[in-house]
Design a protein. Structure first.
Length: 420
């Protein structure tokens, strides 16, 4: 467990101008059959490989997981750091099955939600759609699961099914969940109307009726904002600036009639006004943090960083809105800016397992470079993700291969922005 924050024990690819050709993009004169070299990393004793033997020993205790499910789960911490995603999924399945058995015997398993969070995270990064979606958390209605966990670090509970459907480009499934939420939502109260004398947008009204927390509302605005970019309709988006959202011509109660710009504007406002990075009031029984007033304040290693995560969502959905439809040079520059900003914000998140945000924006940035013909920079982004953050993950491995072949093909490393 102590080795989990050490660097992956992998080869370093050519990420700093060491590719086999000079220049990049559609204007490159490189031969289409050129390849990008893999360069041997200097020997280093301090890598996550130091923990693999111990992790395998823990995993071998799977037949006895009922004694301590969380102890068996600990092997997954090492496996995700060295790129053994399938092994992380396998051992996490054992742990959550043992957790369920304990609950059935009226016992409270230690870290059960965290065990499930690791399973979903490993499955998502390993490309296992069925496991990721099956074990992801349903957001529930107003006051449901998404709201209950709003102030808690994301690694302590499974990611939302909404986010997993977005990860795998399942926009119809998100639509079904939105329909379900509409069918069970609460009515707008006069108190809420009076508290907003300047009026409410369609998106504000919609998320308030299905979620109590800023975090829950942000997730809904994010996934429905992304979904509006997948309907095949060209957005109203000038080439020179990001416009203010238009005033809605009528009030609507259905998410299907709310525009992408309304969702984006609502997500921005929720991020700034309704979400904080830390939460001193959230409580997990038995969890404490040394030298901090609560487990989830800024000075705790368990600080949730929810506003930082929501800001990454803002940049991602804006990029998706920009690239929808036909590219222009100005749109291309704006999309690049949003994705680079998202990647920088992601890089500033502290290390955590499972990590704070479910989507590595660098995979999206690599996919952007692929689709704009900048194959060298695409290679660099995917190589960096593999060598520094998520070794052997299939999303970036596929991106690396497509960059070498100088084509973006028929798959995507970032369905949120570039659904094939």
């Amino acid at each position: 467990h102590l080795t989990e924050s050490l660097p992956p024990p992998k080869l370093r690819r050519a990420v700093d101008g060491e590719a086999s050709f000079e220049g990049s993009g559609a204007d490159s004169n490189a031969n289409a059959n050129d390849t990008f070299p893999v360069i041997a990393e200097e020997d280093s004793y301090l890598t996550a490989a130091l923990g693999e033997t111990a992790a395998d020993a823990l995993a071998s205790l799977a037949p006895h997981a009922g004694i301590s499910p969380h102890l068996v789960h600990m092997a997954a911490h090492n496996y995700v750091r060295v790129g053994r995603w399938r092994d992380a999924v396998k051992v996490s399945k054992v742990a959550i099955a043992a957790d369920a058995a304990m609950r059935n015997n009226c016992l409270y398993p230690y870290g059960g939600d965290h065990d499930a969070a690791m399973l979903v995270a490993a499955a998502a990064m390993g490309g296992d759609r069925d496991v990721a979606v099956t074990h992801a958390q349903h957001p529930g209605g107003k006051g449901g699961a998404a709201d209950s966990y709003a102030g808690i670090t994301t690694g302590f509970y499974p990611a939302s099914k909404l986010l997993m459907h977005a990860r795998f480009g399942e926009w119809d499934e998100i639509g079904k969940m939105a329909d379900e939420a509409e069918a069970t939502r609460v009515a707008i109260t006069q108190e809420y109307i009076d508290a907003n004398p300047d009026g409410l947008t369609n998106a504000e009204r919609w998320t308030w009726r299905v979620s109590d927390s800023g975090w829950g509302r942000a997730i809904w605005a994010y996934v429905l904002g992304l979904r509006t970019t997948k309907d095949g309709v060209e957005p109203m988006y000038p080439d020179d600036e990001f416009p203010e959202p238009p005033e809605p011509t009528r009030v609507t109660d259905t998410w299907r009639e709310i525009t992408g710009l309304e969702w984006i504007d609502h997500l921005r406002k929720v991020t700034v006004n309704k979400i904080t990075d830390a939460d001193e009031h959230a409580v997990v029984p038995g969890l404490t943090a040394r030298d901090a007033k609560s487990p989830f304040e800024h000075f705790s290693p368990f600080c949730p960083w929810k506003r930082q995560i929501a800001s990454i969502m803002v940049e991602t959905v804006q990029a998706a809105y920009v690239v929808k439809g036909e590219y222009t040079p100005s749109k291309r520059d704006m999309a690049k800016y949003h994705l680079q900003t998202a990647a920088k914000a992601y890089d500033q998140l502290p290390y955590f397992e499972p990590e704070h945000h479910y989507l590595p924006p660098r995979q999206c940035l690599g996919e952007f470079f692929l689709r704009t013909g900048d194959f060298a920079n695409a290679y660099k982004q995917f190589a960096r993700d593999l060598d520094r953050d998520h070794p052997e993950n299939p999303w970036s491995l596929s991106g690396l291969e497509r960059a070498s072949q100088r084509t973006f093909g028929t798959t995507s490393a970032c369905n949120e922005v570039f659904t094939p």
